[in-house]
Write a protein that binds this ligand. Structure first.
Ligand SMILES: C[C@H](O)[C@H](O)CC(=O)C(=O)O
Ligand SMILES: [Mg+2]
Length: 400
C-alpha cells in the first residue's frame, strides 16, 4: 500500500521570554496575572524569598510554546504543541528536519529512534530537547492519523474502556467535586524552608478540604520537586489522617534513591508518584525501580507518544500504574488504550478554577473538556488527535 511522504516540517513558537505577551497554550504556565498556578506554589526556588510568591518570577514561563507542523506530499498536515518555544524551533529546523523530510508518513519509529540517538550528546534525560522530540513525534502521529483517516487511539490498537474518568488539578477541590471529577490535586504552597509551620499550614488546607468534600473524594498533593526526603516523609504522615491519596513529585527528578527511601517511609496505603519531568525510557526504568506507585510521564515532554507507549508497557510489566501528566488529547488517545491507566488528569487552566477552560486554550480548536468528569471515547473519533490549530500570533524564527 502506498502512503504519502513527508514533504516538509515547520516549527513555530508563541509566548515565552522573546514574545511581547503571555501566550499559554502549550506552555500552560505562561498565564496572565492572578492565576492560581502562579500563586505561591512551592518550588525548588522557594527558598529564595524573592522567588517565593510567583513561579513566573524565576522564569517558569520563559520557554513558551513550540508548535510543530509536518506536511505530506499530498497536502495533508499534522501538528502538535508543547512547551519549548523558540529554542525548540531551532532544534527542529536546524537539526531534526533531516530525519523527517522525505520519509514515509508511517516511518514514526524510525524517525523517533534517529531523533533520540542523534541528540543523545546534548539532550539529557528531560528538558527542552526531549520536549521538542515529543512535539515532532506527536505531529507525526497526528499526520499518520489524518492520512489514514483514523483517530490515533485506533492506530495504537483501540480503546480498552468506553470513557476516561478524570481528577482535577487546581486550587479548589470543592469546585472540582461539584463538576463531577473523582478527585482534586492541589499544589503545595510551603516547603522545607518553612519547617514544621509549613507542614501545619499544608495540613490545615487538607483538613479543610477533607471536611468540605467528605470522606471519599480523592485529595492529592503535588510538590513540584520542592522537598527533601525528611520534609516529604513528615508531610506524608501528617496528612495521613485526612486520607491523602498520593504525594506527587516531592523530590527533584534524578533523586532516585530519595524516591525509593520516601516510598519505604511513607504511610501504608499512601501512594508516591512522579515522572512528569522525566524523559527517555531509560529514565523511567530507573524511576520505576524505586518502587513508587504511579509513573506520570508528560507525553509532550517524555519523548512523545512513542516513548509513552513504551513506558506504559514497562509499568504494566511491574504492576505499576501510568497516569500521564495532564496533556489533553495527546494523552487521551494514548491512555484509552492502556490497561494500567484507570483514571486521568485534567489540569485546570481557568485562573480561579471556577470554569472548565481547555488545557491548551487558546491554541487548540475543538479541544474536548470532561463532562461530569468524563470523556467518552466517541469524542475522540476524529482523524489524528482531532484538534485544529489556532494560528493567530505564531512566529517562525528559523527556516531550512
Ligand atoms: C500544579 C503543579 O505545580 C504544576 O503546575 C502542574 C503539575 O505538576 C501537575 O499537573 O501535575
Ligand atoms: Mg505534577
Amino acid at each position: 500500500m502506498s502512503l504519502p511522504k513527508i514533504k516538509t516540517v515547520r516549527a513555530y513558537f508563541a509566548g515565552g521570554a522573546t514574545a511581547d505577551k503571555a501566550a499559554a497554550g502549550g506552555d500552560y504556565h505562561d498565564q496572565g496575572a492572578n492565576h492560581w498556578i502562579d500563586d505561591h506554589v512551592a518550588t525548588p526556588m522557594s527558598k529564595y524569598k524573592q522567588y517565593e510568591q510567583s513561579r513566573q518570577s524565576f522564569g517558569i514561563n520563559v520557554l513558551g510554546t513550540l508548535i510543530v507542523e509536518v506536511e505530506a506530499d499530498n497536502g495533508q498536515i499534522g501538528f502538535a504543541i508543547t512547551t519549548g518555544g523558540e529554542m525548540g524551533c531551532f532544534i527542529v529546523e536546524k537539526h531534526l528536519n533531516r530525519f523527517i523530510e522525505g520519509r514515509c508518513v508511517s516511518d514514526i519509529k524510525l524517525i523517533h529512534d534517529q531523533m533520540m540517538n542523534a541528540t543523545m550528546y546534548y539532550a539529557g534525560s528531560g528538558g527542552v530537547v526531549m520536549n521538542t522530540i515529543s512535539c515532532v513525534d506527536l505531529a507525526l502521529w497526528d499526520l499518520f492519523g489524518k492520512v489514514t483517516d483514523l483517530p490515533v487511539y485506533k492506530l495504537l490498537g483501540g480503546a480498552v474502556r468506553d470513557e476516561l474518568q478524570f481528577y482535577a488539578t487546581g486550587a479548589r477541590p470543592d469546585l472540582a467535586q461539584k463538576m463531577g471529577f473523582i478527585g482534586g490535586k492541589m499544589a503545595v504552597q510551603w516547603g522545607p524552608h518553612d519547617g514544621d509551620e509549613g507542614i501545619r499550614k499544608e495540613v490545615a488546607r487538607i483538613a479543610h478540604y477533607r471536611e468540605t468534600c467528605g470522606a471519599d473524594f480523592w485529595l492529592m498533593l503535588d510538590c513540584w520537586m520542592s522537598q527533601d526526603v525528611n520534609f516529604a516523609t513528615k508531610l506524608a504522615h501528617a496528612c495521613a489522617p485526612y486520607n491523602v491519596k498520593w504525594l506527587e513529585e516531592c523530590l527533584p527528578p534524578q533523586q532516585f534513591e530519595g524516591y525509593a527511601q520516601l516510598k519505604k517511609q511513607a504511610p501504608q496505603g499512601m501512594l508516591i508518584t512522579s515522572g512528569e519531568h522525566h524523559g527517555t525510557l531509560q529514565s523511567f526504568r530507573t524511576l520505576a525501580e524505586t518502587g513508587i506507585d504511579i509513573l506520570q510521564p508528560d507525553v509532550g515532554w517524555c519523548g512523545g507518544l512513542t516513548t509513552l507507549v513504551e513506558v506504559a508497557a514497562l509499568a504494566k510489566s511491574r504492576g505499576q500504574l501510568v497516569v500521564p501528566h495532564g496533556s489533553s488529547v495527546y494523552s487521551h488517545h494514548a491512555v484509552i488504550t492502556f490497561t494500567n491507566t484507570p483514571f486521568s488528569e485534567f489540569l485546570m487552566t481557568s485562573p480561579d478554577c471556577s470554569t472548565l477552560r481547555p488545557q491548551f486554550d487558546p491554541l487548540l480548536i475543538n479541544e474536548p473538556v470532561p463532562v461530569n468528569g468524563r470523556i467518552h471515547k466517541s469524542v475522540l473519533d476524529k482523524p489524528g488527535f482531532g484538534v485544529e490549530l489556532n494560528r493567530e500570533g505564531l512566529k517562525r524564527p528559523y527556516h531550512h
